[in-house]
Design a protein around this ligand. Structure first.
Ligand code: ATP
Ligand code: MG
Length: 448
């Protein structure tokens, strides 16, 4: 009878058990075993439960396990307050001021523990004039914590003890149907936090999930709201996207949805230059490839690549206006970085490496005398050479230049001597006498 009624109301068969409003999915159905949970996350849930609290693995980790992917990290949600959590563990500290979380450390692993929170109703919440919620750190219960999350697939709670999943929004079925669906009314949720639009694109590209129709539909008309998001937050989200291992897919999706305007305004300009587009896409594929191979990736390299064609255009313009190549390059770099900073907040800590990569590019042209050996000896040679290869592949630099350097760096002394081109180094001596404290990279810059 009850089963029948359930079927009538919900249009499907009744779950095995229902706790609160949660649909409880047993291990026999989802097959995510306790062994899939990291050591630290198990210690945290066990510790909190032994102290009488509720504790679950939550969010991206549960989703990834159900998709048969290795989670990046394990987050825990609990009904214990941050102070209560800290008291249970030996190595734990409370972080964040408005948003208080606890980091519990076990050797290399840090587990982030958050107390259940609830979304504050739009009327009561502190918002900006566009409806973006500025504060949502009220404590709540598990059900409310599920509701404030973004996608149904991200709102599942896994209990490592009972090996059950608590599902309030049909996230389990959505994952099985490979669908990313916003909890609640997508328009309202995007207004509260426009970054969710970028998350929708990033997560669907990264996880290969399709965006539910109603979740995708409002994005195009709401994309302008991204302009009100603080730059630092936008930057963090962009970095996540670019280093997701699926940057190429993400950017393609962003472009298809016309979201790249709000997110990376200069990407527009760059992608509209025929050479620039190819170069940027190659740089993204190269980064994805490195991540797939577990190689290090550097944000500075990536941003350097994204902005390179801007630098080239500015550099050329300045030289045409009569500036000397070195001075023109320095001015071009500063101009591009300033312009970019106003829109995107690329932190200054990446400037040094980006500039170094750019400044070294013209030096690859100098293949006579001692110069190639000096370039080879620089700590940044490898990264600059990888950058050069992308330029060659995109057609902006001669393929021959890349092959020359490939051979030169691995050749023996004799072959190297043969390879050197006639030294047309020109004003080398004069320059050395007038060398400024700026260092070798500046003094040797380019011949045009
Ligand atoms: P990733 O694999 O990239 O880490 P994730 O889903 O774990 O993906 P996090 O940024 O680590 O993303 O966020 C953890 C969880 O917090 C999410 O799964 C989601 O439940 C919730 N969350 C994150 N950002 C938002 C947001 N803007 N709005 C609502 N919920 C969010
Ligand atoms: Mg995560």
């Amino acid at each position: 009878m009850i089963k029948k009624l359930f079927k009538k109301v919900f249009g499907k068969s009744a779950p095995a058990r229902v706790a609160g409003a949660a649909h409880l999915i047993p291990y026999s159905e989802h097959k995510v075993s306790r062994d899939g949970i990291s050591y630290g996350a198990k210690r945290v849930t066990d510790g909190l439960q032994a102290a009488g609290f509720q504790a679950f693995v939550v969010g991206g980790a549960v989703r990834d396990l159900l998709l048969d992917r290795q989670p990046k990290d394990f987050d825990v949600a609990t009904d214990a307050t941050p102070e209560e959590v800290r008291r249970v563990f030996r190595r734990a500290r409370i972080i964040g001021r408005r948003f208080r979380l606890v980091h519990v450390m076990f050797g290399e692993e840090t587990v982030e523990v958050s107390t259940f929170r609830r979304a504050i109703d739009a009327e009561d919440a502190e918002t900006d004039e566009h409806g973006r919620i500025l504060r949502d750190n009220e404590f709540g219960d598990q059900k409310q914590d599920a509701e404030r999350r973004d996608f149904t697939a991200n709102a599942l709670f896994y209990d490592p003890t009972s090996q059950e999943i608590f599902d309030y929004h049909n996230g389990y079925a959505d994952i099985r149907a490979n669908t990313l669906r916003m909890i609640g009314d997508p328009e309202v949720r995007y207004r509260e936090d426009p970054v969710r639009m970028l998350r929708a694109v990033r997560l669907s590209a990264k996880l290969g999930m399709k965006l539910d129709q109603a979740t995708a539909a409002p994005i195009f008309k709401m994309k302008e709201l991204l302009r009100n998001v603080p730059e630092a937050r936008l930057f963090d989200e962009m970095l996540k996207l670019l280093l997701s291992g699926h940057a190429y897919e993400c950017i393609k999706k962003l472009r298809a949805m016309h979201l790249h305007h709000g997110m990376l305004p200069m990407l527009d300009v760059i992608l509209e230059q025929p050479m620039g587009e190819k170069f940027v896409m190659l740089a993204l594929q190269n980064t994805d490839q490195r991540i797939a191979e577990d190689k290090a990736t550097s944000p500075a390299f990536l941003f350097g690549a994204l902005l390179w064609h801007e630098v080239l255009v500015a550099w050329k313009a300045k030289q045409e206006a009569g500036e000397k190549p070195i001075a023109a390059m320095h001015a071009a770099m500063d101009e591009v970085l300033d312009r970019q900073r106003a829109q995107l907040a690329i932190p200054r800590r990446y400037d040094t490496v980006m500039k170094e990569l750019w400044l070294l590019q013209p030096r690859f042209e100098q293949r006579g005398g001692q110069r190639p050996m000096r370039l080879l000896a620089l700590p940044r040679f490898r990264a600059a050479y990888d950058f050069l290869l992308l330029r060659c592949q995109s057609g902006e630099a001669a393929t021959e230049l890349g092959t020359w350097w490939e051979e030169f760096q691995h050749a023996g002394d004799e072959r190297r001597a043969e390879m050197l081109l006639p030294d047309t180094g020109g004003p080398k001596k004069r320059r050395r006498r007038t060398k400024k404290p700026g260092g070798a990279a500046q003094a040797e810059l380019p011949i045009g």
